[in-house]
Design a protein around this ligand. Structure first.
Ligand code: C2O
Ligand code: CU
Ligand code: CU
Length: 470
């Protein structure tokens, strides 16, 4: 069946159809090469010369906006992902959605409009807000419905990630294009004098599958969506023109299920300065950083050692994919400064230990999600130790709403806490045979929140649990 929105769905699979418009360009050779199924879609009316292999497209930089009097419409849209137009679902017709930029102390007033043919709600992943403004699965709105958020932004400078959160539909909606960056700034960040403007670049990294007409297509496997091509900021095979100066990259893993192992093709290190909850206490140089769905990174990179005309590729060491080409178009002398990063007060002396077993692909502690059931109650302002374990089917990127946590230890599996897992986190990767201990304290708001696996197919199948801070 075809809905008015031009979306076909069958047996839990979704594919955006071409809608009423004529595609102006065929999918690129890269997109088609990965398309499988033998047919390159070159027969009939859509026959257009394939793009030469290796065509790259300019990285899209989403427009920026303040969260004050912001209207966000989730609706089907036609977007250019590089080399042609694709049907997607998008915030305000932007893929990714506009980057929301706020300063600590600002108030947000956001009017959400549901222009989809199914329920939705938007969650501000990483924002410490009350239950009503969290945009979790308790507050979905119907097609044509609206929701008004009003909250004060009161947390450290950081990069957060907004996306839909309706139970059982999150994977589809995020995969079809609904996601964006929410950046919080503060005086501490301002004093560091970090690269800004075109030198501060949000990078929303994910994978995608295109149908033969080049439209975004959500065909999840039970174990998790496994896309055929990478997209950075909704651009396939992107490049970004740089000079030999210093840049700051704000990375979000916006994939449904894929973990990226970020490396640079010249073997140079990234300088890691922050993650989910803002700045780390100290910077570190790392040649590879693994990032799972929902996690964020704050990276500095200088291209000073390169000549004009050279390029460096941001690569995923896990898939071998080239994610983003940095093209040097002018010389420069950027150097990575030694930063005086702010210290972090350590949580300690937990009053309680709770264990969360991520079982199979759909349960936490043996239970499927039920938004009418509160699984546990957490006293406000009390430090607790939460232990995340699994009996298989990992990876499970574990995410908590309503507070950030500090990772204490990982036993089994990879057996260590990585540099990018220090500081304040709200999402931590749990691999098979691992047990991860975190300290957490809810000192923002009382109310209902959720903990869930951020592999969105696991979450949608029920690997989520509701709790109440009292
Ligand atoms: Cu990014 Cu509850 O999610
Ligand atoms: Cu969240
Ligand atoms: Cu999982």
């Amino acid at each position: 069946m075809t809905s008015p929105a031009g979306v076909t769905g069958e047996a839990g699979r979704f594919s955006l159809t071409r809608g009423g418009f004529i595609k102006v360009a065929a999918v690129s050779a890269i997109g088609m090469g990965a398309g499988g199924a033998g047919s390159l879609g070159l027969s009939g009316a859509r026959a257009a010369p394939p793009k030469p292999v290796g065509t790259r497209y300019p990285l899209r930089i989403p427009p920026t906006t303040s969260p004050q009097s912001l209207s966000l419409v989730e609706a089907p849209a036609v977007v250019d992902i590089g080399g042609g137009q694709s049907n997607a679902w998008a915030y305000n017709a932007c893929f990714p959605g506009p980057s929301i930029i706020a300063k600590r102390g600002d108030s947000a007033s956001i009017h959400l409009v549901n222009g989809l043919q199914e329920q939705t709600i938007t969650h501000w992943h990483g924002m410490i807000v009350d239950e009503r403004n969290d945009g979790g699965p308790f507050y979905t709105i119907a097609p044509g419905g609206t929701y008004d958020y009003a909250f004060t932004i009161d947390q450290r400078a950081c990069l957060n990630f907004y996306h839909p959160h309706p139970h059982m539909l999150t994977g589809e909606q995020v995969n079809l294009g609904l996601a964006g960056a929410f950046i919080v700034r503060d005086d501490i960040e301002d004093a560091l004098g970090l690269p800004s403007g075109a030198r501060e670049v949000p990078l929303l990294v994910r994978d995608a599958t295109l149908d033969t007409a080049g439209n975004l297509s959500y065909k999840p496997r039970t174990g998790g969506f496994d896309g055929q091509i990478p997209l950075v900021n909704g651009t396939r095979s992107p490049y970004y023109a740089v000079d030999g100066g210093l840049y700051r990259f704000r990375v979000v893993n916006g994939a449904n299920a894929r973990i990226f192992g970020l490396t640079l093709s010249n073997g140079a290190p990234f300088t890691l300065i922050g993650n989910d909850g803002g700045f780390l206490e100290s910077q570190s140089n790392l040649t590879r950083i693994d990032i799972s769905p929902g996690e964020r990174l704050d990276l500095l990179l200088s291209f000073a050692g390169l000549n004009t005309g050279q390029s460096v590729m941001l690569r995923d060491a896990r898939s071998g994919w080239d994610l983003l080409e940095f093209r040097v178009i002018a010389p420069g002398t950027g150097t990575v400064p030694a930063l005086a990063l702010p210290s972090i007060s350590k949580l300690s002396n937990p009053a309680t230990t709770r264990t969360f077993s991520f079982d199979g692909m759909s349960r936490i502690n043996g239970k499927l999600f039920d938004h009418n059931r509160i699984d546990f109650r957490v006293p406000f302002g009390t430090t607790e130790l939460w232990r995340f374990t699994t009996n298989g089917n990992a990876p499970h990127p574990v995410h908590v709403h309503g507070a950030s946590f500090q990772v204490q230890s990982r036993t089994g599996g990879r057996g260590t806490v990585f540099a990018w897992e220090r500081g304040w986190k709200d999402t931590v990767l749990l691999e098979d045979k691992e047990s991860v201990d975190v300290l957490i304290r809810f000192d923002g708001f009382r109310g209902r929140y959720v903990i869930h696996c951020h592999k969105l197919e696991h979450e949608d199948m029920g690997m989520m649990s509701a709790f109440e801070v009292y």
